[in-house]
Write a protein that binds this ligand. Structure first.
Ligand code: SAM
Length: 213
């Protein structure tokens, strides 16, 4: 079997890249050790922007705003994006990036812990991108399902944890066991919740696409 890394490298080699400012922002994020979505994840998000044409997007986990700007760049002109970030060091950088690059004012940044903020948001999102602390996804899920429209899409990133999720709990380091258990619980819930139809993909670090029925 050809290893996944080589397949991913081949797929990425065919990619035409993004708008120049996004490529530069991606480079800066990597230089500053800011975790952002991988190339193949970017391609999937761009595809979903074109295919599902969401009007009202929520992102949980903004970092410095790369993926929010990518969704803004490749969505319809009247699409709105709300993104949540709690890390104080990253918030001013994200604000700065939005001021410079979010020319059409599509993006709103909410500062604080997603666990508190999600509870305050009204229903009406047709696309939620979950990309925050992996161990929290299972806790964020009920609020995300409350505010997601029927027919809306919940997209979750990093669900395969570089392959760790398939290992026995004894094969992962003690430090990572809680996250490992919670991610397994999250994946089980996404696949067994009657309100959802979920597909698990090996794109990036593992992604799920869940449609609310
Ligand atoms: N989506 C971003 C991108 O690709 O450009 C990357 C997001 S990064 C992987 C995850 C971010 O979620 C981090 O900046 C982290 O501070 C933030 N985060 C983690 N837990 C959070 C929480 N409970 N509430 C708000 N933000 C959180």
């Amino acid at each position: 079997m050809v290893e996944q890394d080589r397949i991913t490298a081949f797929i990425n080699s065919l990619d035409r890249g993004n708008a120049q400012y996004l490529d530069e922002l991606e480079k800066k994020a990597k230089e500053g050790d800011v975790p952002i979505i991988r190339k193949d994840t970017q391609a999937l998000l761009k595809f979903l922007m074109a295919q599902s044409r969401p009007r009202n997007i929520l992102e949980v986990g903004c970092a410095i705003g790369f993926s929010a700007l990518l969704m803004a760049e490749y969505s319809d002109p009247d699409t709105k994006i709300t993104t949540i970030e709690k890390f104080e060091k990253r918030i001013p950088i994200a604000r700065d990036n939005f001021k410079t690059f979010d020319k059409n004012g599509k993006i709103t940044l909410l500062e604080g812990d997603a666990m508190d903020i999600l509870k305050t948001l009204p229903e009406g999102y047709d696309f939620i991108f979950m990309d925050a602390a992996k161990g929290q996804y299972i806790n964020f899920l009920p609020e995300c399902l409350r505010i997601l429209n029927k027919g809306g899409l919940l997209v979750s990133d990093n669900v395969l944890q570089d392959g760790d999720v398939i290992e026995s709990r004894f094969a992962v380091t003690r430090r990572d066991r809680t996250i490992h258990a919670r991610m397994r619980e999250y994946l089980y819930e996404l696949k067994h919740n009657d309100a959802l139809n979920t597909v698990i993909l090996t794109v990036g670090d593992g992604m799920t696409l869940s449609v609310k029925l």
